[in-house]
Design a protein around this ligand. Structure first.
Ligand SMILES: *Cc1c(COP(=O)(O)O)cnc(C)c1O
Length: 361
């Protein structure tokens, strides 16, 4: 029986995407070939990557605004490194907002390339809030932030107004809410959270950024954004299957009303779950209320002794992947775009049942 998968990554995708992707493994678009064996230079696959690139820009409302979309490999972690390599000039500095393990990972890589300023950090409180009052040095090469902190369940509700180019890791909330994406100069997102399987990363770059802010280093081709742009995202063999599956998800997104409709659904799902966490006498949410994520909902039991009985209840309800990240513990429910509200309702029902069982003892 298909599980209710609350795992934060790799994670749920729409069921019809799983079905179409598995069909394409047997016979891709009636070519008599598997998508796993077709040439990445074939007309059929070039059409896939081109549609995925243009659909990504269309959904973000960035068409004809000077942006390019790429599907690269190496995970979001590779962009932690590619960003400073391409954008941090030798005698300049980069500004970072430290909001969690992934942000800290990006900072660590930037430090290998030059001066790195941490404009604010929420590490002092185990990253359970978003820092708000901070100043971005106007001479920085770029400002880097993480829009949604997958592990801690916090999400940026506002982005700074600054003349400095903004680079944003949107791995776990891209396409989940309406933003003015043209405020960003570079957006990247590992596919395996909200758009596809592991193996590809969507990178959206404003070309002007590379013209004006390119670092003064010699950049190896595979790490050079300009090289990937000039080769139309085919610098080397791209992760064909991951890109094809991502295209299926983007098509599903568009057919289902795009980001606007997704955002409404995500708001409803998040409200349902947070209301239960706040109502239920046995649980407590871990993120500061105003900074709560609508993608990753983190909570703990007030009484740790109840852990075994809660765990066996949700597992019996066919729920998967509710354990918190190994570095923080507790619980974390990822309610990405593909998560149906019915599954969230099942989790809420389990929490209510659990409360009845415990309080009647
Ligand atoms: C998962 C995640 C990453 C790391 O992604 P990889 O593809 O494993 O490198 C980076 N940033 C955020 C926000 C994430 O959620």
């Amino acid at each position: 029986m298909k599980k209710h998968n609350f795992s934060s990554g790799p994670s749920i995708l729409p069921q019809e995407v799983f079905e179409k992707a598995s069909q394409a493994i047997i016979n891709f678009n009636d070519t008599g070939l598997s998508v796993l064996e077709i040439s990445h230079r074939s007309d059929e696959f070039v059409a896939v990557i081109e549609e995925a690139r243009s659909l990504a820009l269309e959904l973000l409302d960035l068409e004809n605004k000077g942006y390019k979309a790429l599907f690269l490999s190496g995970g979001a972690s590779m962009e932690f490194l590619r960003v400073p390599y391409n954008l941090l000039k030798k005698n300049s500095k980069a500004a970072y907002l430290d909001t969690g393990k992934w942000a800290a990972g990006a900072i660590k890589e930037a430090k290998a390339f030059g001066d790195t300023v941490i404009v604010a950090s929420s590490k002092d409180d185990n990253y359970n809030y978003m820092p708000k009052d901070y100043t971005i040095p106007t001479d920085a090469s770029y400002f880097h932030c993480t829009s949604n902190n997958t592990i801690y369940g916090t999400q940026m509700q506002e982005f700074p107004e600054t003349i400095v180019p903004i680079v944003c890791d949107m791995s776990s909330d891209i396409f989940s809410r309406q933003l003015d994406f043209s405020k960003f100069d570079l957006i990247y997102a590992g596919a395996q959270k909200n758009i596809g399987p592991a193996g590809t990363t969507l990178v959206v770059i404003k070309e002007e950024l590379l013209d004006n802010n390119h670092s003064d280093r010699i950049i190896p081709g595979i790490l050079d954004y300009s090289a990937h742009i000039s080769k139309e995202s085919m610098y080397n063999t791209p992760p064909v299957f991951a890109i094809y599956t991502t295209l299926l998800t983007l098509q599903w997104l568009k057919a289902n009303g795009g980001i606007t409709v997704m955002e409404e659904r995500n708001n409803t799902k998040a409200a349902l779950l947070y209301n239960e966490i706040d109502r239920n006498s046995l649980f407590i949410g871990t993120a500061k209320i105003e900074d709560r994520s609508k993608m990753n909902v983190t909570f703990v039991l007030k009484n740790k002794l109840h852990k075994d009985s809660f765990d066996s209840m949700w597992k019996a309800a066919n729920i998967n992947g509710l354990n918190g990240h190994r570095t923080v513990g507790g619980y974390r429910a990822a309610i990405y775009n593909a998560m149906p509200i019915e599954s969230v309702q099942i989790l809420v029902n389990v929490m209510q049942e659990f409360e009845k069982t415990i309080t009647s003892k």
